[in-house]
Design a protein around this ligand. Structure first.
Ligand code: SAH
Length: 384
């Protein structure tokens, strides 16, 4: 068979339940429950060869072989960490590769999933940004990350839930790849897929306001927002997207999202950087912002703060605050009645912590070249 014919096959990993049902009806002329059987083979049992799907008739298997395939991401490299964290480097097209990280923690297992090859947003403190941007991931490439991790973990939904949570906090801005991310999240939540509850699938965004509203229309997943600064001047410096969607507009969108979901909180991520956003004045400003959010929703703890000590990477000009500064910041929030857990750094021996994922990106934005030039010119400090 020629390559052209092969690539014309439908990759079933690109389809959620609805798409699969439609493909079975329209292309194969088959009943809906056949689509469900195949979905279970793929996501529960990690079977990709139609011949192994033994409850399908021979004729159907032949039809599937002709029109479809289950093409999963190739693991280029994987690395366990001493603390149980596990990182996969998955080969994409060309020399692109993306990273996925599994983080076990008392009673739960969280998978951190990427949505793009690189990222276009250029947040100053994130190592993915230095890699530039190549393209969006397909639905298959996004749900494929969960597939690879679940197979590795020997996960059987409803029996042994070792993969209990998914966070869209890997490489990329998920709301810039809206349709594919939403479709992949639908498979994560589907009982025929990974059976995760809405609350256990979290989408994290740097604050693409119109897309937060669209997400609210089509999905019930948990929302996390990368805030990192309590005022526009500082936030624009750290997260350039803030120029387009300043904090007031962002908070409005978060209020609308939470209102639609009635009673659900929004998580605000705050990466603590030494002498940049870790001062008591910042904490107090943050408290006011969060209190205002609670008041608008008339709900205590509607705004949850997650503190993330900055994770360094080569070439960054930022530093992690010392433990005392982190505790001081947290204490100011606590004293104002705000729970603000500090996210423990996990997998830092394998560069798998927040903001350290960089995969391999064939950069289309020339940001890598600019970054290297700056590095050589001493414009950014060498690695700590
Ligand atoms: N683009 C999305 C999702 C990816 S970022 C977003 O911005 O939310 C995942 C989280 O890691 C974000 O909160 C991000 O701001 C944080 N992060 C990025 N770089 C970091 C670093 N060097 N140290 C600690 N956290 C970082």
């Amino acid at each position: 068979m020629s390559d052209v014919a092969a690539s014309a096959k439908q990759n079933l990993l690109d389809l959620d339940r609805e798409g699969l049902e439609r493909f079975f009806a329209d292309t194969l002329g088959e009943k809906r429950f056949r689509a469900h059987q195949v979905m279970k083979w793929i996501h529960h049992r990690h079977v990709t060869d139609f011949d192994e799907m033994t409850d399908l008739g021979k004729a159907l298997r032949a039809k599937l072989q002709q029109h479809a395939e289950v093409r999963v991401p190739q693991v280029q490299f994987e690395k366990p960490s001493a603390d149980g964290t596990h990182k996969w480097l998955l080969a994409m097209d060309g020399s692109n590769a993306i990273e996925t990280v599994y983080i076990p923690d008392k009673g739960r297992g969280t998978l951190c999933v990427s949505s793009q090859v690189g990222c276009a947003l250029n947040c100053q403190f994130c190592s993915t940004a230095t890699q530039g941007f190549n393209r969006n991931l397909s639905t298959a490439e996004i749900i494929g990350q969960v597939w690879v991790a679940a197979r590795h973990l020997g996960n059987v939904p409803h029996k042994q839930r070792r993969l209990t949570n998914v966070v869209m906090m890997g490489m990329g801005e998920p709301l810039m790849n809206f349709d594919n991310v939403v479709r992949a999240m639908s498979v994560m939540r589907d009982d025929l897929g990974y059976g995760l509850a809405n609350k256990r699938v979290t989408l994290s965004t740097a604050g693409l306001v119109p897309m937060i509203d669209r997400l609210g229309e089509v999905s019930d997943v948990s929302l996390a927002v990368s805030l990192h600064a309590p005022n526009d001047a500082l936030r624009t410096e750290l997260v350039p997207l803030n120029r387009k969607y300043p904090i007031a507009e962002l908070m409005d969108a978060c209020v609308r999202y939470a209102q639609r979901k009635r009673g659900e909180s929004v998580t605000f991520e705050y990466t603590l950087m030494k002498d940049v956003n870790d001062q008591p004045a910042h904490a107090r400003e943050l408290v006011r912002l969060m209190r205002d959010f609670d008041n608008r929703l008339q709900m205590k703890d509607a705004a949850k703060v997650n503190l993330i000590p900055f994770n360094p990477f080569p070439g960054t000009r930022f530093e992690r605050p010392d433990d005392a500064a982190i505790r001081r910041f947290q204490k100011l929030l606590n004293e104002a009645g705000r729970i603000a857990p500090v996210r423990r750094t996990r997998g830092d021996d394998i560069d798998a912590a927040c903001g350290q994922l960089k995969g391999q990106v064939m950069d289309r934005t020339r940001r890598q070249a600019e970054f290297r030039k700056k590095l050589q010119a001493g414009g950014v400090d060498a690695a700590a």
